[in-house]
Design a protein around this ligand. Sequence first.
Ligand SMILES: [Zn+2]
Length: 119
Amino acid sequence: MEKYKTKLEEEKKLLEEELARIGKFDKETNDWEATPESEIKSQEVQDDGDMAERAEDYEERSSTLSALETRLNDIEDALARIEEGGYGLCEVCGNKIEEERLEVNPSSRTCVACMEKVI
Ligand SMILES: [Zn+2]
């Protein structure tokens, strides 16, 4: 169990760094939000055609951010389950999640069989 905890904590740290790079944590909504371009840095050159690109960048950051946030939530859940018990058990059928699966993705919530059913 301890090795998964270490892995999860390392991954959590990386994710948080990544999130902090493209967004910020909003304490009011308890949510991560992509940083608007204006807040990133005003040192970037402003010229024609730049605005559209910027908007695109923001979209891209938003979707990257929500993907990262989902991963972060999974990891935090997994860490909580390590503390509270229930880690490594499938959320759907309650059976043990395969060791190999946890090895690849320590924040897995379901066993292989259930994952295949979901997809
Ligand atoms: Zn299952």
